[in-house]
Design a protein around this ligand. Structure first.
Ligand code: NAG
Ligand code: NAG
Ligand code: NAG
Ligand code: NAG
Ligand code: NAG
Ligand code: NAG
Ligand code: NAG
Ligand code: NAG
Length: 417
């Protein structure tokens, strides 16, 4: 008794919950109750599929009949299998794929096919003192798992930023009721003014492409029973040149765009700019009002005993697909190593004196080494005595007696000099 009294509140509560859960899935009439745990059953083509069902009857019943019928738009209504007591009467047409093992009321379909999509009804009838029956319905959805999606990028050779559009299309060879989703670097890609999706989401249209679009894209294909993801694809986007700069060893740098080294010191400059495809690099030397192409390639090596005391150098970068170019210029001044070493040990007073000396000698054409080093501690003074900046190649182009053709030639082929 004590035990029962203890159990009672718990079990009645559990029964109440069970009742709540089952209320939608129980069909009952008279003494018969049929229970199905799930209304919706998802099947995979080619696999066995179980449609679970249970029933309870009153104790005095004699004959128990279980019947499964199927109904779909394409095939109408048909009897699948029936059993009286524990004796099975399979339907001659469908019996080879639909199995019932009474007293269990669950139906096994093996293997399940796409045409098995539809509504199933289980009906249990008892005849004893009186006749009673109950039935329940289930919905079966059969799908083919999605194969690995394949993404194609169009145009395949690549797209020029700000000019071209690109289309990514996703396709699967197998799969039913497939829905598609796009990921950019693993994160869902949302539509925007430049990113448009087709109504079925199989296509992503980017118009126009930007360097920003350079990412790994994946297409996710899913249906109610499966999900598969494509290999990442990074569309080829042509861009640049961007972020053009020239570097050298820090010890040669005097200020922004000005480098110096002692005679005889080997000096290198490295030009870099971000672009796809890689830039074509060319170097020019400008001295005595003359622009001379000197070499191809990102690195310029100067043999300082062979160069003018002061010259402007220019790195010209050209992207042969986007057709865009950029250039940057810097000044290289040769100084006698002796002077440089002495200067490091001089007092500030000496700098002032040396500065005055160099200013008196206007223009300081033949002693660049001294005036540059004097200028180091005081950038403002340096600006004062800095000689007029040489013209850039673009200035030359803008002049009426244009050297345009010369520039075009030298920018493409320094070797023609
Ligand atoms: C049917 O009832 C039995 C006993 O109550 C239970 O073990 C089984 O899980 C039930 N099956 C279904 C499909 O509800
Ligand atoms: C079914 O079983 C009940 C009780 O076990 C029995 O009375 C009845 O005759 C059986 N019906 C058939 C058709 O075998
Ligand atoms: C994705 O599809 C391939 C075949 O195309 C298959 O081998 C693989 O198991 C699938 N992956 C998943 C998670 O379904
Ligand atoms: C890119 O798409 C836009 C419309 O979205 C169109 O006007 C434009 O001509 C397309 N550009 C190219 C290069 O196809
Ligand atoms: C997608 O794949 C199917 C089946 O392989 C094929 O019939 C269809 O043409 C493909 N669609 C595209 C846009 O490639
Ligand atoms: C794509 O992913 C690979 C591997 O994680 C990575 O090496 C590559 O840089 C990525 N490409 C882009 C454009 O983000
Ligand atoms: C464009 O530049 C790249 C990289 O320097 C080079 O490999 C390619 O041959 C060039 N193409 C043309 C058409 O000049
Ligand atoms: C360079 O050109 C300018 C004007 O174009 C001229 O005044 C100057 O004398 C020239 N210098 C040399 C070294 O030829």
């Amino acid at each position: 008794m004590g035990h029962d009294a203890f159990m009672d509140p718990f079990s009645s509560k559990a029964h109440f919950l069970l009742y709540e859960i089952c209320i939608l899935t129980i069909g009952s009439y008279g003494d018969v109750t049929v229970t199905v745990p799930n209304i919706l059953i998802l099947g995979t083509v080619g696999q066995p599929l179980l449609l679970p069902a249970n029933y309870t009857t009153g104790t005095k019943d004699h004959n128990i009949q279980i019947t499964w019928t199927f109904q779909s738009q394409s095939s109408g209504s048909m009897l699948l299998v029936t059993a009286v007591n524990n004796t099975l009467t399979p339907d001659m047409e469908h019996g080879h794929r639909f199995f019932l093992s009474p007293p269990s009321a669950s139906l096994l379909i093996n293997p399940v096919e796409l045409r098995d999509d539809g509504e199933y009804t289980i009906k249990v009838t008892v005849s004893g003192m009186k006749l009673a029956s109950a039935s329940r319905q289930l919905i079966v959805q059969v799908n083919v798992p999605v194969s690995k999606p394949v993404v194609r990028s169009d145009p395949a050779w690549g797209a020029v930023e700000y000019v071209d559009n690109a289309t990514l299309s996703c396709n699967v060879t197998r799969g039913t009721k497939v829905i598609y989703q796009w990921l950019k670097d693993g994160k869902p890609l949302l539509p925007s003014s430049r990113h448009i999706f087709s109504s079925d989401n199989k296509m992503l249209f980017i118009s126009p492409v930007l360097k920003d679009d350079l990412s790994n894209y994946t297409c996710v294909a899913k249906n109610p029973i499966s999900m598969n993801e494509s290999e990442p694809i990074a569309p080829n986007i042509y861009y640049g040149p961007y972020d053009l700069m020239v570097k050298s060893e820090p010890r040669f740098k005097v200020s922004e765009g000005v480098f110096t080294a002692g005679k005889g010191e080997p000096v290198w400059f490295k030009c870099s700019a971000n672009s796809n495809p890689p830039n074509v690099y060319s170097w020019f030397q400008k001295a005595d009002n003359k622009t001379t192409p000197i070499q191809w390639g990102p690195v310029l090596n100067i043999k300082s005993e062979k160069v003018p005391d002061k010259a402007d150098y220019m790195c010209c970068v050209y992207n042969n697909i986007t057709g865009k170019r950029d250039e940057t210029q810097f000044t290289f001044i040769l100084s006698a190593t002796v002077i440089k070493e002495e200067l490091y040990h001089r007092s500030p007073a000496y700098y002032t004196q040396a500065h005055q000396v160099s200013e008196e000698r206007e223009p300081p054409v033949d002693d660049y080494g001294i005036y540059e080093f004097v200028a180091v501690p005081e950038p403002a003074q340096f600006q004062q005595v800095r000689p007029e900046k040489l013209k850039t190649v673009y200035d030359i182009i803008r002049e009426p007696n244009a050297h345009t053709t010369v520039y075009e030639v030298i920018c493409h082929s320094p070797k023609t000099s």
